[in-house]
Design a protein around this ligand. Structure first.
Ligand SMILES: [Zn+2]
Ligand SMILES: [Zn+2]
Length: 270
């Protein structure tokens, strides 16, 4: 057997083993409910799962818990039993699943890798917390605790001098920040609407995005560095690199953005 053939077989069998193991795991909650493990002379579902398929107690526990949490969410429950996705992906979204969002969530579980699902769940929990207790300042600080910084000695000296003159330092700073936002908006306006054939984002637009968002993912609550620039308006449709519709995103948020996109596309074509 050649090396290539051997490796290809490993991959083929490995993929199948994974799916069959998931399917087996998906059956366990029902076996447990009917206490069928007793018929095989086992003390518990854990012993049954270990003897039958070598599953650890932890894996069985997770399946039982998920099955319980999804008891009123048929779409997610089906994913657990049919073996199409892994349990670790389902576990990522269990805490944010509701009877209202479970269909949409099941689709995301199918499309997104585990890490992006983790990000999605974190975002969802953050939004929920904010709605439950609107303490925006505190929340924002707690999310971005590590972005605190110090004013340089030079800036401190100048601000202190202004303060000593009886000037409202906060008002001056707010005005500067406002001017900065207006300048960025102005530059965006200038770059907007220029039609182009090239799929490459022009350097001027990239510079502007960096001015606005720094190195960071443009999702407000995200602290990861941006690695990709996403067109919120599909380039194929718009034919421009209008910076109003460009968003630097981290890898997870980019993947999440595209699952939303796919849904929109389906609505358009269907
Ligand atoms: Zn994109
Ligand atoms: Zn992000």
């Amino acid at each position: 057997m050649t090396d290539e053939k051997l490796l290809a077989l490993c991959e083929k069998y490995g993929r199948r083993a994974l799916i069959w193991r998931r399917k087996f795991t998906g059956l366990l909650p029902e076996v447990n409910r009917r206490r069928l493990y007793e018929r095989r002379g086992c003390e518990s579902i854990f012993e049954f799962a270990y003897k039958t398929a070598g599953l650890s107690e932890q894996q069985v526990r997770r399946a039982l818990n998920l099955s319980y949490e999804f008891r009123d969410k048929p779409t997610l429950h089906a994913l657990l039993t049919n073996g199409s996705v892994g349990m670790s992906k389902l576990a990522r979204v269990a805490s944010i699943a509701t009877t209202e969002n479970e269909v949409e969530l099941a689709e995301k579980v199918r499309l997104l890798p585990q890490k992006a699902l983790e990000t999605l769940a974190r975002d969802e929990r953050f939004l929920k917390e904010q709605n439950a207790s609107p303490k925006p300042l505190f929340e924002e600080k707690s999310v971005r605790a590590h972005t605190t910084f110090e004013l340089s000695a030079e800036v401190q000296t100048q601000l202190n001098a202004l303060h000593a003159q009886g000037q409202d330092v906060n008002a001056i700073l707010m005005e500067l920040l406002q001017k900065r936002r207006e300048e960025i908006a102005q530059k965006k306006q200038e770059l907007a609407g220029q039609p182009t054939q090239s799929r490459h984002i022009p350097a001027a637009a990239k510079r502007l995005l960096q001015e606005e968002f720094g190195q960071k993912c443009s999702i407000r609550t995200c602290t990861r560095p941006a690695t990709e620039i996403h067109h919120t308006q599909r380039f194929a449709l718009a034919g421009t690199h209008d910076p109003h519709y460009l968003a630097p995103l981290c890898k997870s948020h980019h993947q999440i953005a595209h699952t939303i996109d796919q849904k929109v596309q389906r609505h358009l074509s269907g």
